[in-house]
Ligand binder design. Structure first.
Ligand code: HXC
Length: 277
């Protein structure tokens, strides 16, 4: 698709992106590279990070893959040091790594709940905290990837809803603490996005799940990864320079509707699965 922005909006900037080995964050990384950024791709699977970076380099962009699990502050700090040695101080940081599975709270272990809180919420804190001392002094932009679950309590998603609501408040709080230093901190909250691992998990029964999910979205379709990347680009560009501490929904209007259709679809699917149907 033709780019709707002026070219080279991020020329020479260093973007550090977690979870960028696949899905939404990979497309964000590609788009930032298309706009002239040097992109550090961070993930716990080094093959995926290196592969995503190689794809960018193959199309003429600048990128390198690094290994870190966002649950480990130490591992992230090492990745930050290595990335800054390669590309200099960080101008843009996207906290994109996330985990999800579909389970009712009563069927989830405490460790299952904790795992998603640790990847999504603690991981976002660890990411922003570890880049903090390595940000370019003026005009750094931080962006977290939240989700509609942060404002839509959804059955079979208690762990994700709690984690993403925490992400929203973390972003809003950091925007207050760090604003005076010229650091902006925002989030985007996607609903269903095509071609992502998250959507595979949220449409457990394929087309029939999709149909029920999309029926609950006013625009009656999912977002494309490109549309989410466009919003991310806007929010780290000069065009949004007075936007700070905001969570921007990109959900076709889904968060203005009730979450019962989505939750009921997920629970029905779990119950059918258990019944062996
Ligand atoms: C119940 C489950 C479960 C399931 C895992 N667990 N899957 N419990 N139902 N379906 C439990 C395990 O039993 C274990 O608890 C605990 O969770 C940790 O599981 P591990 O597999 O050991 O953890 P780990 O290898 O770290 O994997 C993390 C993960 C996994 C989140 C569980 O799914 C993952 O790696 N996800 C990354 C990719 C991903 O999810 N992408 C989608 C992101 S989309 P016990 O007690 O047995 O030890 C997204 C956006 C959401 O987040 C919004 C979309 C619209």
């Amino acid at each position: 698709m033709k780019d709707i922005f002026a070219p080279n909006l991020l020329q020479g900037k260093h973007a550090f992106i977690t979870g960028a080995g696949s899905g939404i964050n990979k497309r964000i990384a590609e788009k930032f590279a298309e706009h002239g950024a040097h992109v550090s791709i961070v993930g716990r699977n080094i093959e995926k990070s290196v592969g995503a970076a190689a794809d960018i380099v193959a199309t003429g962009g600048s990128a390198k893959g690094f290994s870190a699990d966002v649950r480990s502050f130490e591992a992230l700090s090492m990745a930050v040091t290595a990335a800054c040695t390669e590309f200099g101080p960080i101008d843009i940081c996207i906290a994109g790594a996330a985990g999800n599975f579909v389970a009712e709270a009563k069927d989830m272990s405490a460790n299952g709940f904790r795992t998603v809180i640790e990847i999504d919420l603690l991981g976002t804190y660890n990411t922003f905290r570890s880049v903090y001392s390595n940000l370019r002094s003026v005009g750094a932009d931080l962006l977290a990837i939240s989700a509609v679950q942060s404002v839509m309590p959804t059955a079979a998603q208690a762990h994700v809803c709690a984690a993403k609501a925490g992400v929203d408040m973390l972003v809003r709080t950091l925007s207050i603490e760090w604003g005076a230093q010229g650091i902006r901190c925002n989030a985007i909250a996607p609903g269903p996005v095509e071609d992502t691992e998250g959507m595979k998990r949220l449409a457990p029964e394929g087309q029939s799940s999709w149909d029920r999910l999309l029926a609950g979205i006013p625009l009656v379709r999912a977002a494309s990864r490109d549309e989410v990347a466009d919003l991310a680009l806007f929010l780290v560009s000069g065009a949004s320079r007075y936007i700070n501490g905001t969570v921007v929904a990109i959900d076709g209007g889904q968060s203005n509707t009730g979450s019962l259709p989505m939750g009921n679809m997920l629970v029905d699917s779990l119950r059918r699965d258990k019944a062996g149907a």
